[in-house]
Design a protein around this ligand. Structure first.
Ligand SMILES: [Zn+2]
Length: 255
């Protein structure tokens, strides 16, 4: 039985003191693949270092996170885009819109998102979307930019049941994370009648730790807690959740 963490920032400084220990524990417990989304120009090197140390397990993505969009957005995008020519990346991410932290650069967020979607279509890569408090706008941009090669994951999906179905019809998978284990998180209701074939597992470590670690530092090993909760909700064995979500993850990232 093995698991894929489709969204983890194990390169973050929160793990500087014990990264090897935490990575080795996850691998020993069956987490075989770690997909690492980039966030800004400063996170690239730490991310690539981790991929170098764990070449069989870690797979990098490249993109500019919406919370990293500021008045220097054009310069950042210019630097990030150059990386696609330098080595292989498995997705364009994480990209999207964040209306929770700040609306100061909303217009820039939208144009950076669209620009990076264009890259993904050109290079033929999946996108990994951050959509905090912005599910509706993200969905309408995806509709507007519809293309047969446009695909990917709604990371930390937080919409309702109708939005879940819309996202799936647009060719996207739902990234299921720690929120599923939260009391009154609402995600259980949103995915009640959604088939496992539309879902992948993720932690978003070091953020959003699942119960019983809620509020603490998250790590990829905890993807097991999310898988257990999903198995319970869907009334299937843990091995079935492992098998189907692993298959979905490796297919979307072409691994
Ligand atoms: Zn993330």
């Amino acid at each position: 039985m093995n698991f894929v963490d489709t969204h983890t920032h194990m390169y973050a400084e929160e793990f500087d003191k014990d990264r090897k220990e935490v990575m080795d524990k996850a691998i020993k417990n069956g987490i075989t693949h770690f997909f690492l989304p980039n966030v800004d120009v400063h996170s690239i090197q730490p991310m690539l270092n981790l991929c170098w140390d764990y070449q069989d397990n870690c797979f990098p993505m490249m993109g500019l996170h919406p919370c990293s969009v500021d008045e220097h957005v054009e310069a950042h995008l210019f630097q990030i885009q150059k990386w696609f020519k330098k080595r292989k990346f498995y997705g364009v991410g994480e990209i999207g819109l964040d209306y929770y932290w700040s609306l100061d650069f909303k217009e820039q967020q939208i144009s950076a998102f669209k620009k990076q979607i264009q890259w993904a279509i050109q290079i033929d890569l999946p996108i990994v979307i951050h959509s905090r408090n912005s599910t509706e706008d993200v969905i309408s941009i995806l509709k507007e930019m519809h293309h047969p090669r446009l695909r990917g994951i709604f990371h930390c999906f937080s919409g309702n049941n109708q939005q879940a179905k819309e996202v799936i019809s647009l060719g996207f998978l739902l990234g299921i994370g720690g929120v599923l284990t939260f009391k009154n998180g609402g995600l259980d209701k949103a995915i009640e009648d959604i088939d496992l074939k539309h879902m992948v597992l993720e932690t978003d470590a070091p953020y959003l730790a699942p119960v019983p670690f809620r509020g603490k530092r998250n790590e990829s090993f905890y993807v097991l807690e999310i898988a257990k909760k999903l198995a319970e909700l869907k009334n299937v064995g843990l091995n079935q959740v492992a098998e189907i979500t692993t298959q979905n993850a490796l297919a979307v990232f072409s691994v």
